[in-house]
Write a protein that binds this ligand. Structure first.
Ligand code: NDP
Ligand code: OXD
Length: 308
């Protein structure tokens, strides 16, 4: 019977019932514990906030299963030699699609003008329709592609950018460093759904923030370091960027004195764009454990060299 170490203590109340239930549904009889002799552990369920940072003693562990989609805080841990799988959770994806489309539509329809209208101004300015509003999604993985498809289904002309070349019906696609400028030029909404890697740090900087249309919105539910904070603040102050909705930050919680909190064109959401949901995530964990036990390849394996 495999021994599963649930090494994310803060999340245990959510998974205490959900994970054993999902394992039973997958036909796995396993023992799930929150403390164990490392030599006896077969699988580790992991979150970056976990105290566990030294994976070396876990000599028989077959996989480390991250509860997070983004793995930048563990992928370069030199003690981690076991296979690392990241979280791809259908409910997390749905949550991200809802956050992205909700905040994109808020900007698109100019909702703030009517919600915050202390002067009772009767301003009948008509917003453009979606097909007149070009959107660019940086990152076409599980989350970026789902968000891009949802926006395209609402009629926005969507451009997407990824590391490798892709052909996706209904989207205009660009890839690699050479494709970035063409993907961003003229966009009226820019969405960053990239992992944090050395290749994506500060991808939105003073130079690239000058490429979208004047007054464009930036939505960042990816990772804080994708954006150069000072460059974004300067672009907001100059009017080049009209609005920024940010869910992730270099330091979280966002420090109380960070200028983003007070900036009139910035909306801060507290890293809630898309949480991992215990029921659906447990089914994903159980499937990977089933695969490990059956000697089948794991799903959602992280490529250490790429860093995501
Ligand atoms: P995926 O790994 O599925 O997709 C990543 C995408 O980014 C791929 O399209 C990849 O290209 C592209 N990419 C990576 N590096 C580069 C690069 N150097 N240049 C161009 N494109 C690049 O990740 P997910 O979609 O599942 O998640 C994306 C990120 O969202 C996570 O890493 C995490 O940081 C964040 N996240 C935030 C949450 C929140 O609540 N705010 C919740 C969950 C995730 P290619 O397809 O060619 O490999
Ligand atoms: C994740 C996140 O990576 O919540 O899963 O940001």
């Amino acid at each position: 019977m495999p021994l599963i170490l649930f090494a994310a203590p803060a999340l245990w109340p959510e998974y205490r019932d959900a994970l054993p239930r999902a394992l039973a549904q997958a036909g796995i009889s396993a023992q799930v514990v929150t403390e164990a002799d490392p030599h006896a552990v077969d699988y580790i369920v992991y979150a970056p906030s976990a105290p566990l940072q030294d994976f070396a003693p876990f000599v028989r562990t077959r996989a480390v299963l991250s509860l997070w989609a983004g793995v930048e805080r563990v992928v370069r841990n030199p003690t981690l030699t076991q296979p690392l799988c990241r979280m791809v959770d259908p409910a997390l994806t749905e949550g991200m699609v809802e956050w992205v489309t909700g905040h994109a539509l808020r900007f698109h329809l100019g909702m703030d003008r009517h919600i915050v209208n202390p002067g009772r101004l009767w301003d009948p300015t008509t917003p453009p329709i979606a097909r007149e509003r070009p959107v660019t999604v940086l990152g076409l993985g599980e989350l970026g592609l789902a968000a891009a498809r949802a926006l395209a289904a609402l009629n926005f002309p969507v451009r997407g950018w990824s590391r490798t070349e892709k052909h996706i019906q209904g989207l205009e696609t660009y890839h690699g460093e050479d494709g970035l400028d063409a993907a961003l030029t003229g966009a009226q909404i820019v969405i960053t759904l990239l992992p944090r890697t050395p290749g994506t740090d500060n991808i939105l900087n003073a130079r690239t923030l000058a490429l979208p249309a004047r007054g464009a919105a930036v939505l960042n539910p990816g990772r804080g370091p994708l954006i150069d904070d000072d460059a974004l603040l300067a672009a907001l102050d100059s009017g080049q960027i009209g609005q920024a909705t940010l869910d992730v930050f270099r330091v979280e919680p966002l420090p109380a004195d960070h200028p983003f909190w007070a900036h009139p064109k910035v909306t801060v959401t507290p890293h809630i764009a898309a949480d991992t949901r215990a029921d659906s995530a447990s089914a994903v964990l159980a499937e990977n454990i089933r695969r490990g036990e059956a000697g089948e390849p794991f799903l959602h394996l992280v490529d250490r060299a790429r860093g995501y």
